[in-house]
Design a binder for this molecule. Structure first.
Ligand code: ZN
Length: 97
């Protein structure tokens, strides 16, 4: 699997985590009233779910696929922003999975 493909899976995983977090807060608000604790739990959960993002790096130069310069975006680069490597291609240097 290419680096881009793996990063894209993570992006979808985060979409799912975000939906679950929103539903969780909505359900708590519905049945227990407004709760900043539920909101805090949802935020912490999302940060935890997003931790693997830091492992999605360019196999050649190590630049993170989710960073565009200083900005973090929810969708990975197809092409490395630093070295121009096509991340949709299978990389032999990448021994993960
Ligand atoms: Zn690169």
């Amino acid at each position: 699997m290419s680096a881009y493909e793996r990063a894209r899976r993570h992006a979808w995983w985060m979409v799912g985590a975000l939906v679950v977090a929103i539903l969780f807060v909505a359900v708590v608000e519905r049945y227990f009233g407004h709760s900043s604790l539920a909101f805090g739990v949802a935020i912490v959960g999302l940060i935890a779910a997003n931790r693997p993002m830091l492992r999605h790096n360019c196999p050649r130069c190590g630049k993170n696929l989710f960073f565009r310069g200083i900005f973090v975006v929810p969708w990975p680069n197809r092409e490395c922003g630093r070295c121009g490597l096509d991340l949709t291609q299978e990389q032999n240097t990448d021994a993960q999975d």
